[in-house]
Write a protein that binds this ligand. Structure first.
Ligand code: NDP
Length: 280
């Protein structure tokens, strides 16, 4: 089957074999009656720009960007959306002539999954986020836009948590209190606890006191497809029944990119159902 060159998209990364993006976007396109051709693109670690140049020259219209190239994409873009500027990283690009428009939909995808899919409003709630890497950084403004009562960032390397807290305060003029702490300094109970550290990729448990989980709270691990991670298990043992992983975030950020590229926003429920790994 041949595909019109104007409708080519790809996800670029290294490694890339694990990516679910082609499955997700192909499913979206089918449901929305759109003709797109979406592939995986493995680029050499030092060959991001050359690979994107070649893809654009062959008529590619947009790309998702995954590890380790989100910073390369930030440098490659000609027009950075505020979401990408705030995140300091890019996860979606759109090509129009010489222009490379760049976005970061991870944070908005996370918030949409929590608030809309999981029906957990953030307004007026105490939110704790673990980790101070790219995922947390990208989530700051979308989380704060929901007006939580407080946002606490906790990280192994305390200086990074403090740095992100200061960045968040600066961008929203201190309307929502944001603090950055080490794990030993976390106090009180939280309504929403988000694990945006990469601990679950190596089946490790962040040194989090089980007392942080308020009865009825949501415990959400951004890592997906790993079942009951040590973080989710800690929450479950503390009595939390509302547990979720990041599969919905993955689907929602993809839906945002699809809408940006194609002008129509697909529903994510079927894709989430297809990709969900039971939390056991
Ligand atoms: P980064 O590498 O940028 O940051 C990793 C963070 O995790 C750092 O703050 C690091 O702490 C912390 N960390 C690593 N190991 C541990 C551990 N054992 N205990 C406590 N903290 C730890 O990663 P990202 O921010 O890009 O990604 C974080 C997670 O989010 C990943 O698992 C990723 O798969 C997931 N993710 C999911 C998405 C989705 O769509 N569902 C989208 C994007 C990310 P320190 O600073 O001290 O080193």
């Amino acid at each position: 089957m041949t595909h019109p060159i104007s409708d080519r998209y790809a996800v670029i990364g290294n490694p890339i074999e694990q990516s679910k993006s082609p499955l997700i976007h192909t499913a979206f396109a089918q449901v929305m009656g759109q003709v797109i051709h979406y592939t995986k693109l493995l680029a050499p670690l030092d060959g991001f720009a050359a690979a994107v140049d070649a893809f654009r020259a062959s008529g590619g219209r947009g790309m998702n960007v995954t590890a380790p190239f989100k910073l390369d994409a930030f440098a490659y873009a000609t027009d950075l959306a505020p979401s990408a500027q705030m995140a300091g990283a890019v996860n979606a690009m759109k090509f129009e002539g010489d222009k490379v428009y760049a976005e970061n939909f991870d944070g908005v995808g996370l918030v949409r999954d929590v608030v809309h899919n999981l029906q957990c409003p953030l307004k007026g709630r105490r939110v704790l986020i673990l980790g101070a890497g790219g995922a947390t950084r990208g989530a700051l403004l979308p989380l704060l836009a929901e007006h939580p009562a407080e946002l606490v960032i906790v990280n192994r390397t305390v200086a990074k948590a403090q740095e992100l807290a200061a960045l968040a305060q600066q961008h929203q003029s201190g309307q929502v209190p944001v603090v950055g702490l080490g794990y030993e300094a976390v106090q009180g109970v939280f309504d929403v606890v988000l694990n945006a550290s990469s601990s679950s990729l190596s089946a490790e448990l962040p040194p989090l006191p089980a007392s942080v989980f308020r009865p009825g709270c949501l415990a959400y691990d951004l890592t997906y497809g790993k079942g009951l991670t040590p973080f989710l298990k800690l929450a479950q043992q503390a009595g939390v029944t509302h547990l979720a992983d990041g599969v919905g975030m993955l689907a929602e950020q993809a839906a945002e990119a699809f809408a940006w590229w194609r002008g129509v926003r697909p529903d994510t429920a079927a894709v989430i159902q297809k990709l969900t790994v039971p939390l056991v």
